[in-house]
Design a protein around this ligand. Sequence first.
Ligand code: SAH
Length: 234
Amino acid sequence: MTFRASVLTLYPQMFPGHLGESLAGRAMERGDWTLEAIQIRDFARDRHRSVDDTPAGGGAGMVLRPDVLADAIDHASPPDDARPRLLMSPRGAALTQDRVRELAAGPGVVLVCGRFEGVDQRVIEARGLEEVSVGDYVLSGGEPAALTLLDAVVRLLPGVMGNEASGNLESFESGLLEHPHYTRPQVWEERAIPDVLTSGNHAKIEAWRRAESEKLTKERRPDLMPAKKKPPQG
Ligand code: SAH
């Protein structure tokens, strides 16, 4: 099944961007996924092709008009479209590997990239847009966020990763951050690869990696540590 991504943007030339290269690019050439970038401005109604207007209630910046954006969405994603419609937005729920996995298991995504101050609230409600954030910082537009989301999703599509196994043991997939990696040379700038990794003892190697993962997660992201079972009361 082909995963279909439609992106609504004022800057379609930003796509496929880096997704035309490497793993994602080859997957696209094979037809594992498709990407269409739709110019929101093509749905403007006036001769100036305007897509934005001043914020109701006053204030700085401009807001994307609901009528123009809704026409673009309806063109890309008719009412019977099974694909989720996501709005890239710093107010959204933070994107997680769990959500990425869910999206990769589905038929595709419709991504709306905001610009300026954002989009009119009514189109978010009327078209059921799910707001998604890529982190607690503000970008100038949704395009890099859309590229980031698609990058994370496409690498999970069946057959995209050369080495399927490496998709499963990484940061977040196990709920923990990943252990450190090493490769040759054996000694570099007087630093040796930890002995256990060259021991050939696979059980020991697994135990070492697991312990390193837990140590790193505790130090850097204690919020990711699996909840400890409470000791029995009384
Ligand atoms: N005034 C808005 C910010 C608008 S930034 C606010 O304070 O919330 C312009 C556009 O960039 C947004 O509409 C959104 O599409 C995109 N964007 C900015 N930061 C983002 C983030 N962290 N995650 C996803 N999209 C983001």
